[in-house]
Design a protein around this ligand. Structure first.
Ligand SMILES: *[C@@H]1O[C@H](CO)[C@@H](O)[C@H](O)[C@H]1NC(C)=O
Ligand SMILES: *[C@@H]1O[C@H](CO)[C@@H](O)[C@H](O)[C@H]1NC(C)=O
Ligand SMILES: *[C@@H]1O[C@H](CO)[C@@H](O)[C@H](O)[C@H]1NC(C)=O
Ligand SMILES: *[C@@H]1O[C@H](CO)[C@@H](O)[C@H](O)[C@H]1NC(C)=O
Ligand SMILES: *[C@@H]1O[C@H](CO)[C@@H](O)[C@H](O)[C@H]1NC(C)=O
Ligand SMILES: *[C@@H]1O[C@H](CO)[C@@H](O)[C@H](O)[C@H]1NC(C)=O
Ligand SMILES: *[C@@H]1O[C@H](CO)[C@@H](O)[C@H](O)[C@H]1NC(C)=O
Ligand SMILES: *[C@@H]1O[C@H](CO)[C@@H](O)[C@H](O)[C@H]1NC(C)=O
Ligand SMILES: *[C@@H]1O[C@H](CO)[C@@H](O)[C@H](O)[C@H]1NC(C)=O
Ligand SMILES: *[C@@H]1O[C@H](CO)[C@@H](O)[C@H](O)[C@H]1NC(C)=O
Ligand SMILES: *[C@@H]1O[C@H](CO)[C@@H](O)[C@H](O)[C@H]1NC(C)=O
Ligand SMILES: *[C@@H]1O[C@H](CO)[C@@H](O)[C@H](O)[C@H]1NC(C)=O
Length: 839
């Protein structure tokens, strides 16, 4: 059946929306929270909302303006009800711009542990640090970028190139950057063209998990999607996120990612604009939203829904008035609380120490995220080493906070995080050289050390003095508002930085026991070193945070047996990654477009589908012991598996609720309260009309709402989408359908942790469905000789494909489609296999 096409032209922003979707679905109206929501936080939100005036409502949806408060962003408050202004701070690996807080390992490292336990512990530790500084909203974790391109500047902030792995995080915060923010290069104008299937099966997938876990907010990203900006995109922000995925939190803009007031409110489903003004125009505050509501260009129920969503998440997660005890804008104890206004001087930084004992966790994650890529038996070092030479600037102590946003060039010391807004101040940094020196002193091992990456003569001299030479090498990546060596966020190349390849080769030419440790934001081209017989071991340590030296020492000396597995593929050649270049291949820089023509085939899916041999495949990582897999048992948990999930429990959403309507049409009711001139703080953004705007006699009748289809204003009950119906989508998608169990034995002579991985073959030609996709993993500790039964579960979603015509998840069946399950130690080291009976 050929779908009908609905074409929508919305000429309101700098771009034209031209979405072509099969009919139905309805892309409008922007979905609202339903009265049927049983969550107590929803009802608490309603009880507060019922009492709010229009300016008070708007206050909760807009930021007070760039640098107006002590936080990176703040909402307006409701003084009448003592409802506080909410404080928002970056970012995924620690609190940006504050002292006495921790610098955690990057998201990518957490992904490399393949440990839900560590992921959760890190989330809890981060949460307690944010709370301890009085912060309400943490701008993280990052589920996007996913890592479509290995050069992606912010890939290290996220959880690796596999949507299943990225989806497993379980922390309530702001999931960002929604969606398809896969490059920094031209990120504010690039238009991503993507098909519906890859949207669902790859990029939306981790956000679906976040919504399922009850994430409080989602941040829309800078890029466009099929012609319209993410924050005003009815497909992504409305239909997919709130309709299909049933997201109940609020959508907030990335800083300056909102481009139109009306388009973001009516089409994009935006619920909170940040920072509200000062970076981009004031689009909702300053009386703008009042005008749009009174003109009925923005439906009143839409504003109520914005407020409900903000309040619902606040009651659910925060529910208390917090006191901010730091300033993001100064390191001094004394300063201006109202920074931009330069007013209210006093103590702004109380330097509250929120680190607790998180250093131990950071050390553990740093060690357990280290991936042992090559080992010819040299590691672990214990008892073997008489002398060690530590070589390279990337091993060294320095002040890692010495450059703004961590963007240093030249850089005399070790790298433990990327650059940009996803950074934190290091409270301290244990360098590899210092940690190794200490360990060598303990074990009576002679220690040599040289720092220059360019003085190859000295490097060779020092390397030849020692039995073992450890070379530390790095590459950097970050966010595009800062650059290093003309890398504007994304990496310009996939090689190591600072002459490190020459350094490694040079050291290996004189020392046959050379060990290479890499601190990089993703893969680098390594094959020359991988095949060099003098290079005995290679380890990828990612960006491990403040305990980096202790973490790598624990691994090198075998105090921790490596369990890290690479969360992305290492290629022989850059071209092996497929048509995903983001830096050089943007055809028209004035109107840049990225066609995601590889579809679902990113990273290992691409390599496997086109039979390209990787250097180190996704999921690969060595241990100091060995494991045996046996005894695969597949148990079907349901009598039969229908192609499509059971229809969602509710058929209809119910009409859009409204609160406190109709609003007065007397414009003087929206002027600031009496005495405002006395207490107004410039340049705060307030939600009031001004005398001059009233006198300029703007029309009270709608002028702009013909820009949207009539459906945008329809507040009557809407059909629930077949793939929707609950947070995370149709509840039946989460029904367990198979138990996969097997036995795992430690067959080596060291205790260790194995990461068994479960891959599913969905069936069909390999260029349509990759030969195998990750659908399960666990972290299993095994003592020498010990055997454990491992149980992994597959849900209906895990064995489904997205059907674009039906707009639903389908378990595809039939001729030539065989579903299989593989269990093994990496995406290419599959030890057990079985057939899935999906009848
Ligand atoms: C919108 O899409 C339709 C159908 O694909 C196409 O015919 C039309 O030219 C497009 N319009 C613009 C402005 O891109
Ligand atoms: C809020 O509630 C109080 C009493 O509970 C009432 O007097 C007031 O009119 C309400 N305000 C609005 C805007 O509904
Ligand atoms: C909006 O928030 C600002 C800043 O917190 C506050 O000063 C103002 O009184 C609030 N306005 C209303 C109507 O509550
Ligand atoms: C807290 O920060 C201050 C200023 O940066 C610093 O002097 C102090 O040593 C820190 N305290 C702790 C416990 O880290
Ligand atoms: C901020 O620190 C002060 C101690 O200086 C503490 O009383 C306050 O509770 C802290 N804020 C939060 C939200 O914990
Ligand atoms: C977005 O564009 C792609 C490619 O141009 C197309 O396949 C897809 O259906 C479009 N999505 C929507 C929602 O229109
Ligand atoms: C605060 O100190 C850090 C280093 O600890 C530095 O990177 C940052 O630029 C300083 N911030 C300000 C506003 O001076
Ligand atoms: C390594 O060498 C550099 C340069 O000589 C020196 O500053 C540093 O302290 C040394 N590191 C250790 C741990 O000895
Ligand atoms: C790759 O980029 C880094 C950082 O800009 C630079 O140091 C290095 O020389 C480049 N590599 C090549 C082969 O150009
Ligand atoms: C094989 O697995 C079953 C459970 O599926 C378990 O009861 C049995 O002990 C296992 N056998 C071995 C040899 O591990
Ligand atoms: C509008 O409200 C003000 C006071 O809020 C009142 O003085 C004025 O008479 C009202 N105007 C109309 C047309 O009702
Ligand atoms: C393995 O761990 C067990 C229990 O923690 C311990 O008793 C044993 O000595 C360890 N074995 C080795 C080889 O380290």
């Amino acid at each position: 059946m050929k779908p009908l096409l609905l074409n929508l032209f919305i000429p309101l922003s700098s771009c034209l929306v031209n979405l072509s979707l099969p009919l139905p679905p309805l892309l409008f109206p922007s979905p609202w929270l339903s009265f049927l929501d049983p969550d107590p936080s929803y009802h608490l939100a309603i009880s507060l909302l019922t009492n709010l005036s229009l300016p008070e409502k708007i206050n909760l949806t807009t930021g007070t303006g760039w640098q107006t408060t002590r936080c990176i962003g703040s909402t307006g408050s409701i003084p009448r009800l003592q409802f506080p202004s909410l404080c928002l701070m970056d970012g995924p690996l620690g609190i940006r711009y504050v002292d006495n807080a921790s610098a955690f390992p990057a998201g990518l490292n957490v992904a490399a542990t393949f440990s839900r336990r560590l992921l959760r512990l890190r989330g809890i530790a981060l949460g307690s640090e944010f709370k301890g500084k009085g912060i309400d909203i943490m701008l993280g974790p990052a589920s996007g970028p996913l890592g479509r391109s290995p050069k992606g500047g912010r890939n290290w902030e996220g959880f690796g190139s596999d949507p299943y792995l990225a989806g497993e995080r379980g922390v309530i915060a702001i999931a960002k950057h929604f969606v398809l923010n896969e490059q920094e290069h031209l990120r504010g104008s690039v238009d991503v063209r993507i098909g519906d299937r890859e949207m669902h099966e790859v990029y939306l997938w981790p956000f679906q998990d976040a919504v399922k876990a009850g994430v409080g907010g989602v941040m829309c990203s800078y890029n466009k999607i099929n012609g319209s900006f993410s924050c005003e995109n009815e497909w992504t922000g409305g239909y997919l996120l709130k309709g299909e995925l049933g997201f109940k939190g609020f959508v907030m803009s990335d800083w300056g990612a909102q481009h139109t007031g009306l388009g973001s409110a009516v089409a994009g489903g935006l619920d909170m604009t940040m920072p509200g003004g000062g970076l981009g125009e004031v689009l909702w505050g300053g009386g703008e939203m009042i005008k749009m509501v009174l003109r009925e260009e923005v439906p009143g129920w839409r504003v109520d829904d914005m407020v409900l969503r903000v309040l619902r998440s606040w009651f659910k997660v925060v529910g208390e008035k917090r006191r901010v005890n730091f300033s993001a804008w100064t390191n001094e104890t004394f300063g201006a609380e109202l920074f931009a206004a330069n007013r209210s001087w006093g103590v702004v930084n109380e330097h509250v120490d929120v680190q607790g004992d998180h250093g131990e966790l950071i050390r553990e994650i740093g060690a357990k995220s280290t991936v042992l890529l090559k080992n010819n038996g040299m590691l672990p070092l214990s008892e073997k080493a008489g002398s060690i030479a530590v070589i390279g600037n990337d091993a060294q102590d320095w002040n890692p906070n010495s450059c703004p946003e961590r963007a240093c060039m030249p850089r005399p010391g070790t790298i433990a995080m990327g650059y940009g807004s996803g950074t934190a101040e290091f409270p301290y940094l244990i360098s590899p050289a210092t940690a190794l020196l200490l360990r060598c002193q303990q074990d009576n091992i002679s220690f040599f050390n040289t720092t220059s990456n360019w003085d190859l003569l000295t490097a060779r001299k020092i390397a030849s003095l020692a039995e073992i030479a450890i070379v530390f090498a790095a590459a950097q990546a970050g966010e595009n508002f800062v650059s290093i060596d003309n890398n504007f966020g994304d990496r310009n190349n996939l090689t190591l930085w600072d002459n490190a390849d020459a350094l490694i080769t040079s050291v290996a030419s004189v020392n046959p026991n050379t060990i290479v440790v890499l601190h990089t934001p993703g893969p680098v081209l390594l094959s020359a070193h991988a095949t060099n017989p003098n290079i005995s071991a290679i380890l990828w340590a990612g960006f491990p945070g403040q305990e980096t030296g202790n973490s790598i020492t624990d691994i090198l000396f075998g105090d921790v047996n490596p369990q890290g597995r690479t969360p992305f593929t290492w290629a022989f050649n850059e071209s092996d990654y497929g048509p995903v270049d983001i830096v050089t291949s943007v055809p028209d820089p004035k109107n840049p477009t990225q066609y995601f023509q590889e579809g679902i085939l990113i990273d290992y899916r691409y390599f496997d589908s086109y039979n390209i041999t990787p250097l180190y495949e996704f999921g690969f990582g060595l241990s100091y012991t060995s494991f045996n897999y046996s005894n695969l048992t597949i148990t079907k948990l349901v009598p039969s598996i229908n192609s499509f999930p059971a229809p969602p429990p509710q058929k209809e959403t119910g009409p859009a609720p409204t609160f406190g309507h109709p609003y007065s049409k007397n414009l003087t009711d929206y002027l600031p309260p009496p005495g405002f001139e006395q207490w107004e703080i410039k340049p705060f953004i307030y939600p009031y009309l001004t005398n001059s705007s009233i006198n300029s006699s703007w029309p009270l009748s709608p002028t702009n709402n013909s820009l949207f289809p009539a459906a945008a204003y329809n507040s009557s009950s809407q059909p629930v989408l077949p793939a929707g119906g609950a947070e995370g989508g149709n509840p039946d998608l989460w029904t367990p359908v198979f138990n996969i169990s097997f036995s795992l034995t430690n067959t080596g002579n060291r205790n260790g942790t194995e990461i068994p991985q479960l891959y599913v073959q969905l069936g069909g030609p390999p260029t349509e469905n990759a030969p195998q996709v990750l659908r399960g993993f666990d972290e299993i500790e095994l003592n020498v000789g010990e055997t454990k039964q491992v149980l992994l579960q597959l849900t209906r979603r895990d064995i489904s494909n997205w059907n674009t015509e039906e707009q639903n998840w389908e378990v595809i069946k039939g001729e030539g489609i065989e579903k299989k399950v593989f269990v093994g130690a990496s995406s290419r080291d599959l030890r057990l296999e079985g057939v899935l009976d999906v009848c």
